[in-house]
Ligand binder design. Structure first.
Ligand SMILES: *Cc1c(COP(=O)(O)O)cnc(C)c1O
Length: 438
């Protein structure tokens, strides 16, 4: 064996287990897991071997290399003015829903009656909350998302048979998710009626027969057809005979005055829909979920279908949903109903707080509902206008702030920002400004 050079840095590389035993790293292990921290230690040791780091810097270098948290998901301040932003995870949960989720993370009575010790209906509290909010429904069911609710409804009611649907409602929801493909995947056959812009009651009546499993009405939640148009209301469809499945999309349980064109579950059931399906994380303002509300017998058919088990919601969702439906006002409503005068005052305060040389201005800006529905609806409001180059620095800063770019300006719209976060927005703009002057 050749004699080793005593000045060789490899001789001084601290041992992995000794480094891992350092109290600060022990803390990091309990937060991030041993593998992550060990990998970071090895990275630092390699730098020592390469002569790029002195041995006593292994611990600080390891700490510096560690991520802030175990998940790569990064909180983002939604300054886009888009109330339901699909790329930002749609509805932010209310504080009450967050609390409910945290409480449900351990072992909970999601499917157990503590009084009798027997198995109970899964998520009974969330179902009861939905039925209390929509007394028009005889029964309710919660699945993974809106698409799952629709798949379950068409499968249980029409597999091997026909789903009668208007050509004007064969929509693509987004990200390549097309309704016709979804229904075809369930083994039901699509029976298209009418044309893109006009469908009449007679069109449906001619198509309906012994092979009809259900009539499907889909709310065109992301576009509008204007001009020479006709669509058949649910109340008329319900007179034909087969069960009517109404996919209302955005999850309004009752009518909302700002959203006159958005269908709601209560009205649709009163009009005679057998079941209504919708999402939990759009205008309802809750967790990702698919809600099915409707006639007891029909909902029970869906509940008993084997597919229901594959689509069922988890305990965290059920907890958040119950808290959303029963609990305090949700952030989505705050954003939707934000008072323009209040938005103006907040934007003025942020504009005044950032350095004047940044050229910030308070400007009128319209928000939109977004992926949640109400296409074409403009929500009057205000924003802080900055040079366009700010958008990227805000997006990549800490905290990340997603603004929108409009006519060559970066608009920081406070509609969807909780007022308590305004100081964070001010800091983020100042940081971005420092990057700007560098
Ligand atoms: C959003 C939407 C869906 C899909 O719901 P997810 O919860 O995204 O699965 C289906 N139908 C309509 C009309 C929608 O608006």
């Amino acid at each position: 064996m050749p004699e080793r050079d005593p000045t060789d840095p490899r001789r001084h590389v601290p041992r992995t287990d000794a480094v891992l035993a350092e109290p600060v790293l022990a803390q990091a292990i309990s937060r991030l897991g041993r593998d992550r921290v060990r990998d970071a230690v090895r990275g630092a040791q390699a730098q020592v071997r390469a002569g790029a780091l002195s041995p006593d810097q292994v611990v600080p270098a390891t700490l510096a290399a560690l991520p802030a948290g175990v998940t790569s998901l990064t909180p983002v301040i939604n300054a886009t003015g888009v109330v339901i932003h699909t790329n930002l995870g749609r509805a932010p949960l209310s504080a009450a829903a967050v609390e409910a989720v945290v409480a449900a993370t351990g072992t909970v009575d999601v499917e157990l009656d503590l009084a009798t010790g027997r198995r109970s209906t899964r998520g009974a509290g969330a179902l009861a909350a939905l039925l209390a909010a929509v007394p028009e429904a005889g029964s309710a069911l919660v699945v993974n998302n809106g698409a799952a609710a629709l798949v379950l409804a068409t499968t249980a009611l029409a597999a091997g048979r026909e789903v009668v649907v208007s050509r004007g409602q064969l929509v693509e929801i987004g990200d390549g998710f097309r309704l016709p493909d979804l229904i075809a995947s369930t083994g039901a056959r699509l029976r298209e009626v009418g044309t893109t812009n006009r469908t009449t009651l007679t069109d449906y009546e001619r198509a309906v027969g012994p092979d009809t499993g259900c009539i499907l009405a889909v709310h065109p939640s992301n576009f509008r057809v204007e001009g020479f148009t006709a669509a058949v209301p649910v109340a008329a469809l319900a007179t034909i005979g087969p069960p009517v499945v109404h996919d209302i999309g955005s999850g309004l349980l009752r009518p909302h005055p700002l959203l006159p064109d958005e269908p709601d579950a209560a009205s649709s059931l009163r009009d005679g829909a057998a079941v209504v399906t919708c999402s939990g994380d759009k205008l309802l303002g809750g967790p990702q979920a698919g809600l099915v509300l409707g006639e007891r017998d029909t909902v029970d058919r869906l509940r008993r279908h084997p597919l229901a088990r594959a689509l069922r919601a988890d305990k965290l969702t059920l907890a958040a949903l119950e808290a959303t439906v029963r609990g305090p006002r949700v952030p989505v409503l705050d954003a939707l109903e934000a008072d323009p005068a209040v938005l103006f005052a907040r934007c003025r305060a942020v504009t005044a707080a950032v350095a004047p040389e940044l050229g910030a201005q308070t400007v009128e800006a319209e928000g939109v509902v977004g992926g949640g529905g109400a296409p074409g609806l403009r929500l009057p409001g205000w924003a802080v206008s900055l040079p366009e180059s700010y958008a990227e620095r805000l997006r990549t800063g800490v905290p990340a702030v997603l603004a929108r770019i409009e006519r060559g300006r970066c608009l920081v719209d406070l509609r969807c920002v909780p007022a308590a976060s305004d100081p964070l927005v001010v800091e983020a703009i100042r940081d971005a400004g420092r990057g700007e002057s560098r």
